[in-house]
Design a protein around this ligand. Sequence first.
Ligand code: GDP
Length: 525
Amino acid sequence: MTPNELKQEVSKRRTFAIISHPDAGKTTITEQLLLFGGVIREAGTVKGKKSGHFAKSDWMEIEKQRGISVTSSVMQFDYQGKRINILDTPGHEDFSEDTYRTLMAVDAAVMVIDSAKGIEAQTKKLFQVVKQRGIPIFTFMNKLDRDGREPLDLIAELEELLGIEGYAMNWPIGMGKGLEGLYDRANNRVELYRPNEDGERYLPLDETGNIAEDQPLRVDSIYSQTLDDIELLSDAGNQFDLKKIMRGDQTPVFFGSALTNFGVETFLNSFVEYAPEPGPHKTEAGDEIMPTAPEFSGFVFKIQANMNPAHRDRIAFVRIASGEFERGMDVTLNRTQKPMRLNNSTEFMADSREQVTTAVAGDIVGLYDTGNFQIGDTIYQGKQAIQFEKLPQFTPELFMRVTAKNVMKQKSFHKGMQQLVQEGAIQLYRTYSTDDYILGAVGQLQFEVFQYRMAHEYNSEVVMTPIGSRIARWINPEQLDEKMSSSRNLLVKDLAGAPLFLFENQYAERWFVDKYPDVTLTAKL
Ligand code: GDP
């Protein structure tokens, strides 16, 4: 690829993740996006029938039928001349640190909110991670076909709960049974929920911002209410500010209904217009690697264990930070300075028959891994060593006590513990006095994967006793007195030996702070 071709290819990439609380409609909207991208032909194809979530078997079925390579982790398709990468951020019981780390590999995020519920707990957590990255966040207020909360309330909540300005790109005309359409400020039109008598879906706005007089909607009281809201928004609302959007200080807000495929295309078109192409990535040395740099580089943001017992391998997900990926290329793994040949990879192009697959900066490749990679690893081509900035570790919220089932197998138990923890997918602590193993994670799934892998890769059955959810707070070792520990605040040390308390709940923490006012507790090391 010539430098110019690379530049062109990179500028086409739009890589993002959808964040939401379970049931807000992420699966449904993803499916609509895939429909627009031509990846699937029919709604309902990727839906798990009972759970309403991606069913892996359905994906495999699609792969078979269409001869394409899609997984639920990364979905890629071409749309309007752009190559879109959607990275899945599992919710529910699948929630894990991977979910957070995936957000390190995207250039933008889409936040799907149930308009009847507003901002919910998981959305808030994920939002905070995205916000720290300072990348653009697009908001889709979903389920407009149902009665929801006042749109003005929803916008206000963005500011109050998340501290981000909302700019309404469009505005509902009614909702639930009374849903008539969207007043589309960004495109100067009204988008009708049901086509009018002439079969029109879109009505242009005149210079006064109104639809034509002969449209029946014009005399509808719901419509005049919308016009009032729009006036209020124009006078007192936020001004559209692309710079703020790019920094993540303002979010463009779209309304719609994923289930009835209303407003999704409008959203997608705007998203493609405004979402950024891949940007530079910082190295630990403080340099910035440009995506159009000719030599390949990338970092591992997620390692997925193969749950099939017949295969021990794993897939390391690499976000390409610069250059072009080619199968069989020689790279260096920076942590070990070991050369490696990337023979065994998988790209995530949805429809390989229409496009030659090239993977460039912005894309994700999956490398079959037999234990070489750790989360946060950098691989690069060329002589100049590169190490991208460390991926953040997220403070665990769930804890388990772990022991080996068979005391005779302590050796494989310790080996497995050590190696899996080193991979970076789960956190290990030891109790202060007794040196018991305690595992910490942000989601239940990590424990299950851990237990599975201990059994299948290290032949070590582990017994896990749930401790439950705890608040982890580090304490300055000089201030520590072991007597401070009690059943409500378990004292442990992390891998580096730094002491921390696992508080039973907020009250336990507050009680502690009251009792020891001079002690400083920190949420992260
Ligand atoms: P996820 O957990 O965020 O992936 O949510 P899903 O996409 O599985 O949706 C959860 C439930 O909400 C499902 O029953 C969907 O059919 C439903 N749903 C999703 N979008 C809409 C919508 O726009 N309107 C209505 N009425 N229901 C929706």
